[in-house]
Design a protein around this ligand. Structure first.
Ligand code: SF4
Length: 341
């Protein structure tokens, strides 16, 4: 009989489990704490449980661990870890300390590969090999914190994969990361992103999830966005923007639009004008990200080009930031995760 994985289970799920093996309900909280706050990997570490229960758990349950395969350190302090999540399936996660050191972000992966093949993204070139389970997502955080010896202040679901194609595992992981009885990170310190999977965004709104939310927009023109993002053919820009607006109105929160700057593709004056129109239509901020890959003969914008585009938005009083994603030398920057380096 296959052993049940306890890491990544919520307290109600753990209660069902302990009752199913004839134990008292209160044991669920003890298990939850050991798994998600103490980061135990062996039932022997649960010294608050009787030996007889530990033996029983050993027989029917497991606490698996994703395995570190490679660790790369960038000159700018970023670190990229490659993990085997089981059966030799590899994902990457990135540790990103801010310049002044007060912000320490872990960027986690949610899928092995990705089905979407956005034209600027190296992950999209990998074979898709499946969704990660909740435990495989939170284990990226546990292991990176152990490796670097520091706690993360922020988590972003912006690594490999489309998080909203793995809704249940991603949102469950976010809840465990947020839970004061587990990782205890503020909901505003957890950001989930999507390239635009509308039904999942609607579900997120309906469930009133408390986490930050980002949409990878990348082109403001409805007839052109589909040329760089396949997903636009299924979930078109105009409908996506309507859903984004609904997010801001129903949840009364600001939404973030990520915008990869690609010279000659989406950095013209008319692109800025459309982007400003979008930004003025709802409570949002724009994160600009200079292109990090070189597909299709594209080039990264120069600092001057990036600044010029940003100025157009700033002059129109749009809240905008240039997120110069670090870790380029280790293939750890935005759009570069592809098991290279
Ligand atoms: S940008 Fe995100 S959704 Fe698009 S291919 Fe890359 S990992 Fe997938």
């Amino acid at each position: 009989m296959e052993k049940i994985v306890l890491k990544g289970l919520t307290i109600p799920k753990l209660e069902d489990f302990v009752l199913s093996i004839g134990e008292s309900k209160y044991r669920a909280k003890q298990l939850y704490n050991g798994l998600h706050k103490q980061n135990y990997y062996s039932f022997n570490q649960f010294t608050n449980l009787p030996q007889s229960l530990r033996n029983k758990l050993e027989e029917v349950a497991s606490i698996p661990k994703i395995q570190l395969v490679k660790r790369l350190k960038s000159v700018d302090g970023t670190q990229k870890m490659t993990f085997d999540v089981g059966n030799e399936k590899l994902v990457e996660a990135v540790w990103i300390p801010s310049n002044r050191g007060e912000r320490k972000t872990i960027c986690v992966s949610s899928q092995v590969g990705c089905t979407l093949a956005c034209a600027f993204c190296a992950t999209g070139l990998l074979n898709f090999e499946g969704n990660l389970k909740t435990w495989q997502i939170i284990d990226q955080v546990i292991q990176i914190e152990e490796l670097v010896g520091e706690r993360a202040t922020n988590i972003v679901f912006m690594g490999m994969g489309e998080p909203m194609h793995n809704y249940f595992s991603v949102v469950s992981a976010a809840h465990i990361l947020h839970d004061p009885e587990a990782f205890d990170l503020g909901a505003k310190r957890i950001t989930i992103s999507t390239s635009g999977v509308i039904p999942s965004i609607e579900r997120f709104i309906k469930n009133k999830e408390p986490f930050n939310f980002a949409i990878s927009l990348n082109h403001p023109n409805p007839s052109t966005r589909g040329t760089i993002m396949n997903i636009d053919k299924k979930y078109p820009l105009e409908k996506l923007l309507k859903t984004a607006k609904e997010f801001t109105q129903v949840l009364k929160r600001r939404i973030t639009f990520e915008y990869i700057m690609i010279p000659k593709v989406n950095m013209g004056k008319e692109n800025a004008t459309r982007l400003i129109k979008i930004a003025k239509s709802m409570d949002c901020k724009i994160n600009l990200i200079p292109l990090n890959t070189d597909f299709n003969g594209w080039k990264r914008p120069t600092d001057e080009e990036a600044q010029k585009f940003m100025d157009l938005l700033q002059d129109a009083n749009v809240p905008v930031m240039n997120r110069k994603s670090p870790g380029k030398d280790i293939f750890g920057a935005c759009g570069m995760l592809s098991l290279k380096g």
